[in-house]
Ligand binder design. Structure first.
Ligand code: NI
Length: 265
């Protein structure tokens, strides 16, 4: 099995110091490629470093909505430069988070729109973080997203109705271990309406370990196998078929080669 963790934060505390062992355990579990996602200038640089260093690892670079208030012209300039690195496969994570509001809504909107522009100019897909800002996020994508190659709503925990709106726009949906939680009935209903050619999976580690490992404080890519098995069963598929389909969708979305080994430099 060759699953891709399409959204992990391997540069974060709890994982970065031990990353070689984290990758080893992941490989042993059948999760053999990773997209490590930056959230601020420091983690963006580190994500690219990791992607250079490890086989089958790629980076996404972006400024998280929490950090939108820190965005300056200089930061955007660096982001644009870093995004042109050959191991960078997406812009993100970016978007809107009106749950925490660590940055003001207008700062979040400005940072989001600026990153959509970079993605459009560089022909990169976008990883969207959306929390308690569904209508606003869709609105911005409609207004400023034309010309953006592809969009995924990461860590989706909305309803089937919201999933249908996302699918109607031609966007993709990615599920974390949240879908395995007992109280996540809405997410499971949503997963049932997402066809396999629009569905991806991720850990969003170090956060949100899936059941039955929810007690493991620091989530890691190896545990994504539980999310894969859970969703396969939910969709009435064998795990191998599910893995093949979800990996094909992820490779196509991010434009990853089918195997990185030969081309790795
Ligand atoms: Ni994330």
């Amino acid at each position: 099995m060759d699953l891709i963790d399409t959204h992990c934060h391997l540069t974060f505390k709890g994982l970065a110091g031990d990353v070689a062992a984290v990758i080893e355990r992941s490989r042993a579990a059948g999760v053999t490629s990773w997209i490590t996602v930056g959230t601020d200038p420091e983690h963006n640089r580190k994500a690219v470093e990791f992607a250079e260093r490890f086989e089958n690892m790629y980076a996404a670079v972006g400024i998280h909505p929490h950090d939108a208030k820190t965005v300056t012209a200089g930061i955007l300039k660096e982001l644009r430069e870093l995004a042109q690195h050959n191991r960078v496969v997406a812009i993100g994570e970016t978007g809107l988070d009106y749950h925490y509001n660590h940055s003001r809504p207008q700062e979040q909107v400005r940072a989001f729109v600026s990153q959509l522009k970079i993605a459009k100019d560089l022909n990169l897909p976008v990883i969207v973080h959306c929390r308690e800002a569904f209508d606003e996020t869709i609105g911005i994508l409609e207004q400023h997203g034309s010309g953006v190659r592809k969009v995924v709503f990461h860590c989706f925990s909305g309803s089937a109705e919201q999933a249908k709106i996302i699918l109607d726009k031609g966007f993709y949906i990615s599920f974390t271990g949240v879908v395995t939680f007992k109280n996540a009935k809405a997410s499971r209903e949503a997963a049932q309406v997402v066809p396999m050619d629009r569905l991806m999976i991720e850990t969003d580690c170090p956060y949100m370990s899936p059941e039955p490992m929810r007690k493991q404080k620091i989530n890691e890519p190896a545990l994504m196998i539980h999310t894969a098995a859970f969703l396969a069963e939910l969709k009435g598929m064998g795990l191998a078929d599910f893995a093949e389909a979800v990996t094909a969708t992820s490779r196509a979305f991010f434009g990853l080669p089918s195997a990185d080994v030969a081309g790795f430099v």
